[in-house]
Design a protein around this ligand. Sequence first.
Ligand code: NAP
Length: 481
Amino acid sequence: MRPLRFAIIGAGMAGILSAIKLAEAGFTDFTIYEKGDRFGGTWRENTYPGLSCDVPSQLYCYSFAPNPEWSHVFSPGQEIRTYFEVVAREFGIEKSTRFDDEVVSCEFSDGKWHLETHKGHRDEVDVVIAATGVLHQPKFPDIDGIDTFEGACFHSARWDHSVNLGGARVGIIGTGSTAVQITSALVERVAHLSLFQRTAQWIMPQQNPEFTEEQKEQFRAHPEQLEQMHDSLSILFGGFAKAVIDAQSSEIQMIEDACRTNLEENVHDPVLRERLRPDYRAACKRLIISPDFYDAIQQPNADLVTSGIERMESGGVRTEDGVLHELDVLVLATGFKVDAFMRPMTVVGRDGLTLNEEWAERPNAYLSISIPDFPNFFMLNGPNGPVGNFSLIDVAEQQFAYIMQLIDLLRSGENREVSATHVAMDTFEAERVGAARKTIWTTGCSSWYLDDRGVPAVWPFPFDRFRSEMASPQLESYDVR
Ligand code: NAP
């Protein structure tokens, strides 16, 4: 057996998972590098009011660490962050983590990855696991005069908790999952709420009941029930995956019907109803799940603003119809740079090839995991993977089990370098693009799923195919040296 040293980049869900699984496989020589000051990844960065997960709690947790204590069917963000911290502590991951130490460069030479952090710390490892997340780098809107605004202005993923919202006039730009959650949470706390909508969204109504003390007691006494719930929810979500990849499926029709009924029955003013009605099919954009958004936007202190934003002024937002929407606080719920992945970190693979060169057109990787000529560098939740309305934990667990089989090739001592071949990546990508063009995501809307060609940059096959691909690597798809 050859001893291997690992760097895991990121101490969010996927980084914690990687450390636990490496330790379980008998590896002890690994470090997690984390730019933040605590565990939790996206759940550390997003702390906005109303933050919760729209994947059910029993699925949005590690299969090996079921949690009987979830308060709700869909967990609040704070609880999820605490869950990751508790799991990391229980599995002894803290001692292997360097917080506040961002990896700025990662270069492959002489069979090793050479890392450098912003503090100047250097490391030399055999394998890099990039667990850097997907929706990670905030996207700021390019609005004239944004710097002239005299109130507080921040991105939803950089919530400024020092700002007092009680009695404030608050504007929110965006109508994605984030803006919808913030709207529902804030409307009763603020004096006035203006929601700046560029594109209307379909809303799937979904209640979020609390688990009773009796239910939690039952879960504590019978942890196997949690496992069963995890597995059956995973199958249920596989069914959702089938619906979105076939724009003609009866399942997608049912989702559309539920969203339309929600709009017809729960928005009472016919004018407002039409302003909230999307002109594209449900689930074309990432489906939004909310039990109370329509209720919130119909409150007397809430305004849906559909005139385009012209500019910002010291007192608020001026829209194209000439109206000045006076604000004390403006929240930019404008999403993320979805093609960044581990960048801005510099990554240099074999023979000086940089990641920016390799991804000059757009990010790509064989099965989202491995990039040709970047040996022993593996990504969790990398490009074109199953994101959106899935449990990314379920996804990452399967990906890591696959990566572990590649690591075993190195561990055996027979091989020093493993990365996907160009042929395997290109063949897979051609098939993926063909399938992606048939999905609901291409039926006439813009969304963060779409790449520069308008092709959804996500997994377009049934989830079962993902499972079977992840079961074991096809070694002919790898350049093993
Ligand atoms: P998003 O879905 O990308 O939405 C961004 C919103 O900002 C869109 O409504 C967009 O309008 C608007 N926008 C962007 N730039 C604008 C501009 N210059 N002027 C006006 N409007 C502008 O971002 P997100 O809501 O943060 O959600 C991102 C993803 O995070 C979700 O799709 C989901 O996968 C994940 N998420 C999950 C949960 C959960 O519960 N699991 C919760 C929150 C987020 P257009 O639609 O017109 O482009």
